[in-house]
Design a protein around this ligand. Structure first.
Ligand SMILES: [Zn+2]
Length: 228
């Protein structure tokens, strides 16, 4: 199954979007082989790069997406984070790349920013979404795809149960370490129980989301390989 958001680990060639959160990780992306997808990203726990650095790497690597960027109240200078995100969204729209959003306790600010940029928004995935059902509905009106990771199950959002699949969504592991296949299948299994969807339906849905996330750039589609 396509994993909509993961980080590095033992395997670098899974059918997954490999997210980075600082420029120090970008170099690793060049060693990815299909069906793995590279995502350049930057979060404010490290100094944010110049937008020109993003532009340069995206133009050099036409298959790269943007993952992950966003707003995080735990990190300093939220206005600067917002300005960087705004520039990144404009660049992504211009270059036809998808953007995976990271958001911690800034859901309102995120929605306002996205609304202000309408209709010139790139394809968006709100990674690790655990916010309110109302915000989820508002976000999807803006074209946002919700990324459901393992933290979903401990959040209030899980109470929505079967309703969760009535909005556009993708499953993700946000993998950092451990047994990747195990973590991926646990996610599929748990979400299958919560949503009432079969494994096949979940796998098919994620494959469709992969196509959406890469529609402008990918000339080398994944093979739909699943772990055994
Ligand atoms: Zn992540």
């Amino acid at each position: 199954m396509f994993d909509a958001h993961r980080h590095y680990g033992s395997s670098m060639s899974e059918n997954a979007l490999y997210a980075t959160s600082s420029r120090y990780e970008w170099e690793l992306l060049s060693s990815l082989t299909p069906p793995a997808l590279g995502g350049i990203g930057a979060l404010a726990d490290n100094p944010l790069p110049e937008i020109e650095a993003f532009e340069q790497i995206l133009k050099t690597f036409p298959d790269f997406q943007i993952a992950e960027v966003g707003l995080d109240r735990r990190f300093p200078e939220i206005e600067q984070q917002e300005a960087f995100l705004k520039d990144t969204l404009a660049l992504a729209y211009e270059l036809g790349r998808s953007v995976s959003l990271h958001c911690v306790k800034e859901d309102g600010r995120m929605l306002s920013l996205l609304r202000s940029l309408q209709p010139n928004l790139p394809v968006l995935l709100w990674h690790g979404y655990t916010g309110s059902w109302e915000t989820a509905q508002e976000a999807t009106k803006l074209g946002v795809i919700l990324g459901y990771g393992s933290r979903l199950f401990g959040s209030k959002l899980a109470r929505e149960g079967k309703r969760l699949v009535t909005l556009p969504y993708a499953l993700e592991t946000d993998f950092q370490m451990g047994d990747y296949s195990q973590i991926l299948w646990t996610q599929i299994e748990n979400f299958s129980k919560l949503s009432g969807c079969t494994h096949d339906e979940l796998i098919r849905n994620n494959d469709e989301i992969r196509t959406i996330l890469t529609h402008n750039t990918s000339t080398r589609r994944g093979t739909g390989r699943t772990p055994s």
